[in-house]
Design a binder for this molecule. Structure first.
Ligand code: BGC
Length: 340
C-alpha cells in the first residue's frame, strides 16, 4: 500500500513538472517569435535608408511609399514602425525634399486626406543662419509628421541682424504669428538641429506640457538633469497662456529652457515625456554660433522666475515683422526683436 502511494505521488509530481516545462517553452516561443518580428521591421527600416543612401531622391521615394501605406490608419503598423535611420553625411537639398513630399502644401502645410486630426499643430523653429541644418530637419521631419497623421504647418522664425540670439523671444513671436494664420491649438517648439529617431514620438500636445527630446545622443540618450526642458517640446495654447508664454530677456545661450520649466511648475503643471526609447533623438554636430555666447546672467534670472514670469512674457512682447515668406516646405518670418 505504501509503495503504491509513493508511486502515485511521484507520478503526479512528474506530470506537474512536465506541464510546467511545456508552459515555459510555449511562453518562451511566443516571446521569441515576437522579438523576431520586431527585429525584422527594424532591419527593413535600416535597409530602406541604407540601400539608397547614395541617392537622396530614391531615399525619399522609399519613405514616401511608407507614407502611402500608412495613410490608411493602421495602429498596429504605426506601433511597429519605430527606430529610424538618421544620418547627416548625405547631401540633402530643398528640391529633393519637396519632390519626396508632394502632399505638403505651400508654407510647409499638411493635412491628412482621410481623417480629421484632433489638433492643429504649429511647429515653431527659432532660427538664424542654419540653412544646412534646416535642410536635414525638413528632409527627416516632413515624412515623420505626415506618418503621424498631423494637421501641421512649419514656421521658421528668423532673427534679423547680428545681435545676440534670443531663442525664447523667438518662440513667443512664433506663437503669436502662427495664430494670425490659423487657429492652432498645439505648438511644437523645435531646435533646428534636432531630429527624432523614432516616429512613435508624436509631435502633438498632451494634457501636460511635453518634453519630446527626452533622450538626446549628445547626453548619451539620457536626460542631463531631471528638470531639463531644452531641444524639442510641445504645449497647447491653454498651457502657453497659463505661463504667460516665455521669457523675453534671455539673450545668448542657455537658461531660457530652465526658466520655462520653472514657469510650468509654478503654474501647477508637470512635464510629461516619452520613454527613453521612443524619445531618442540625434543632434547635428556643429560649433557654437559666435553670436550665441553663454548668457552669464542666466543663473540669476532662473532663480527669480517666480517673481518675473507674470511681468515678462507674452504680455510684454514687442517685435517687428521684417518679412514673411511662403516657401514650398516652410513659412519663414524674419523679425526684428531688438537688443538686450
Ligand atoms: C542650460 C540650459 C541647457 C542645459 C543643457 C543648462 O546649464 O541652462 O539652457 O539646455 O544646460 O545643455
Amino acid at each position: 500500500c505504501s509503495d503504491s502511494t509513493d508511486f502515485y505521488f511521484l507520478h503526479s509530481t512528474c506530470k506537474v513538472v512536465v506541464l510546467l516545462c511545456l508552459v515555459h517553452i510555449s511562453v518562451t516561443l511566443v516571446f521569441y517569435v515576437r522579438s523576431l518580428d520586431l527585429r525584422f521591421a527594424f532591419a527593413q527600416n535600416q535597409q530602406s535608408g541604407g540601400s539608397s543612401s547614395s541617392n537622396v531622391s530614391q531615399r525619399n521615394q522609399v519613405q514616401d511609399s511608407r507614407i502611402t501605406v500608412k495613410s490608411q490608419p493602421d495602429v498596429k503598423k504605426l506601433e511597429k514602425l519605430g527606430p529610424l535611420r538618421v544620418e547627416f553625411n548625405l547631401p540633402v537639398t530643398f528640391e529633393d525634399t519637396k519632390k519626396a513630399n508632394p502632399k505638403v502644401g505651400p508654407g510647409g502645410h499638411y493635412q491628412p486626406p482621410d481623417c480629421v486630426p484632433e489638433q492643429k499643430v504649429a511647429v515653431i523653429i527659432p532660427f538664424r543662419n542654419r540653412d544646412e541644418h534646416l535642410k536635414y530637419w525638413l528632409y527627416y521631419l516632413h515624412p515623420i509628421l505626415q506618418r503621424q497623421q498631423l494637421y501641421y504647418t512649419i514656421f521658421v522664425i528668423n532673427q534679423e541682424g547680428t545681435g545676440k540670439f534670443n531663442r525664447a523671444k523667438l518662440l513667443n513671436v512664433g506663437y503669436v504669428e502662427a495664430l494670425k494664420d490659423d487657429n492652432y491649438d498645439c505648438f511644437v517648439f523645435s531646435d533646428v538641429d534636432l531630429i527624432p529617431i523614432d516616429d512613435r514620438n508624436t509631435y502633438k500636445c498632451f494634457s501636460n506640457p511635453r518634453h519630446l527630446s527626452a533622450a538626446m545622443d549628445k547626453f548619451g540618450f539620457k536626460l542631463p538633469y531631471n528638470q531639463f526642458f531644452g531641444g524639442v517640446s510641445s504645449m497647447s495654447k491653454q498651457q502657453i497662456l497659463k505661463i504667460n508664454g516665455f521669457p523675453n530677456n534671455y539673450w545668448g545661450w542657455g537658461g531660457e529652457d530652465d526658466d520655462i520649466f520653472n514657469r510650468l511648475v509654478f503654474s501647477g503643471m508637470y512635464v510629461s515625456r516619452p520613454s527613453a526609447e521612443i524619445g531618442k533623438c540625434r543632434m547635428i554636430r556643429h560649433t557654437r554660433d559666435k553670436l550665441n555666447e553663454d548668457n552669464p546672467q542666466r543663473f540669476d534670472r532662473i532663480a527669480h522666475t517666480r517673481d518675473t514670469m507674470r511681468k515678462d512674457g507674452l504680455n510684454s512682447l514687442t517685435y517687428k515683422v521684417v518679412k514673411k515668406e511662403t516657401f514650398d516646405l516652410f513659412t519663414e518670418i524674419t523679425v526684428d526683436i531688438g537688443k538686450p
